[in-house]
Design a protein around this ligand. Structure first.
Ligand code: NAD
Length: 260
């Protein structure tokens, strides 16, 4: 379905972004990976995408908090693959603390990685998408783009920001064949959430399974984690022809969290 297209996925060395890279490669897209991690493991991931799915896979280590590195990554991806057809803004970080104690440098980092990086990749990718008359921009927001939770001021502000950026991008791209949508997942059991499970287990003296159940049940009526593969499947739908007229939407995938 995506043969001949190229997808760039920020933060694709782990969790949700990694599953999206695999699903898009399985659908025939060449993929440009990005994110932090062990160099050998990332190279093994890149190689395995190429051999498993017969696509071209590249990797760039750009730090999404640094606009100059984002520009270098976008230029390198275009050199290797040609114009980017599918842009997935997924890299994200979290810090949990009361706003009065929230370290200002963590605020700056979260706004830079979770929000501003998507502005930079979008402004750089949009011209060639417009020229091609086709493009997909998918922003990985969160339920926290729609509602707030305690002690997550920077994350909630950044994710509400990216929901707004999604609408603004959709309007600027309207009629050009380029769409922009946001995914708003509830809890997904990735490295980002495992840290919060560990913190809860330690604070309350709980075992891992009880801490996971407590965390997921607190907000999600369905009491089950969303999986990275489910989000990757929705991404694939958004890349398909049935989503040609879907743009500017923020799609909750949250076991009815935001239905309350
Ligand atoms: P994760 O920690 O497994 O993956 C995050 C990815 O971002 C990794 O590849 C990491 O290396 C990369 N990254 C972090 N900082 C970076 C930086 N400065 N530059 C480049 N790459 C960087 O977490 P995840 O849960 O897969 O998170 C992916 C996205 O999904 C994030 O935007 C997150 O906010 C969002 N999200 C997660 C959940 C959840 O419950 N896990 C829920 C809603 C939204």
């Amino acid at each position: 379905m995506l043969a001949g297209k190229t997808a760039l996925i920020t933060g694709s060395t782990s969790g949700i972004g990694k599953a999206m890279a695999e699903t898009l490669a399985a659908a025939g897209a060449n993929v440009a990976l990005n994110g932090f991690g062990d160099a050998a493991e990332i190279e093994a991931q890149r190689e395995s995408l190429e051999t498993q799915f017969q696509v071209k896979a590249s990797y760039h280590a750009a730090d999404m908090s640094k606009p100059a590195e984002i520009e270098a990554m976008m230029a390198a991806a275009a050199d290797t693959h040609g114009p980017i057809d599918i842009l997935i803004n997924n890299a994200g970080i979290q810090h949990v603390s009361d706003i009065a104690d929230f370290p200002p440098e963590r605020w700056d980092a979260i706004i830079a990685v979770n929000l501003s990086s998507a502005f930079h990749t979008t402004r750089l990718a949009l011209p060639s998408m417009r020229e091609a008359g086709w493009g997909r921009i998918i922003n990985v927001a969160s339920v926290h783009g729609l509602v707030a939770s305690k002690h997550k001021s920077a994350y909630v502000a950044a994710k509400h920001g990216i929901v707004g950026l999604t609408k603004a991008t959709a309007l600027d791209a309207a009629g050009s064949g380029v769409t922009c949508n946001a995914l708003c997942p509830g809890w997904v059991l990735t490295a980002l959430v495992q840290k919060q499970v560990d913190a809860l287990a330690e604070q309350e003296g709980l075992d891992q399974e009880t801490a996971k159940t407590r965390l997921v049940s607190e907000k999600m009526p369905a009491s089950q984690f969303v999986t990275p593969e489910q989000l990757a499947g929705l991404t694939l739908f958004l890349c398909g022809p049935n989503a040609d007229q879907m743009s500017g939407a923020s799609l909750p995938v949250d076991g009815a969290w935001t239905a309350q």
